[in-house]
Design a protein around this ligand. Sequence first.
Ligand code: C2E
Ligand code: CA
Ligand code: CA
Ligand code: CA
Length: 276
Amino acid sequence: AKDDGGNEHRSYEPLLHANAEERRQLEFALRQALERRELVLNYQPVVDATSESVVSFEALVRWNSTDHGPISPGKFVPIAEDTRLIVPIGTWVLEQACREATRWPEHVRIAVNVSPEQLFEPDFATTVVRALTASGLEARRLELEVTESIFLRDASVARSSLEQVMALGCTVALDDFGTGYSSLGYLRKIKFSTIKVDRSFVTGAAQDSKESLAIIRAVVAMAESLEMSTTAEGVESAEEADMIRRLGCTKIQGYYFGRPMPAEDALRLFRRRPAV
Ligand code: C2E
Ligand code: CA
Ligand code: CA
Ligand code: CA
């Protein structure tokens, strides 16, 4: 019950306690999620900004907990990262996504999110090799998405892991660009294939924020000179898509072109219209 009467302690502490308790329960359930087969992957299309044809899908994990119902990745991925459960979960995601991608046309690629905890495992590249070998997917069809936060730790370890997977033929995208660590120095050292412009800038630019527009322009110009492509995230309308195209982003991802969908629906996009 909410206590608005004077004593802040009495209303605040039970709330904190509830959150800690909920977290403990989710952690407990998450430990069993893999073996109970409660995790599934959804796939969100990424389209070429000019032709609007599907160039790749991003794999996005979903958890339907038997005990707690559907839990969003925004809620459970941070718990999985804190507890390092993201390492086995991430391996499963990688294997499952590669397997699914072998059913798509050869020019369609798969993008998989990789947490810092996974990248800092000494055998990360081996995990990638195993996923490729087990599925038979060509390395060039796999893109790994990392965020700037990997550079907050030992940047040389992160760099060496990424160089190993790039040597295999995979590409690496820089996710949520502009929202994390602000140094640009690492762009000189790591050959990202794609910079993903965070949704906050896209939304801002669509709402006539001069700052957001200026930032997207600058990121696109920088990416072009570094020979990297750009993906605008979170494009929700035709107006936003037009604006993004005018700004020169290479690729677009967002609800306007497709929501994250089950594997069968992603596959059906090609069965119905083989030309995409
Ligand atoms: P992210 O990697 O930035 O993924 C994009 C998120 O934006 C997804 O949320 C997607 O559903 C959402 N999104 C896409 N288009 C739109 C749009 O037009 N409008 C809006 N409002 N949202 C859009 P989701 O699936 O809830 O995932 C949230 C985050 O959880 C991801 O952000 C990523 O950081 C993490 N995540 C998801 N799956 C995995 C995974 O397999 N491994 C790891 N390590 N992290 C994952
Ligand atoms: Ca991502
Ligand atoms: Ca993102
Ligand atoms: Ca994000």
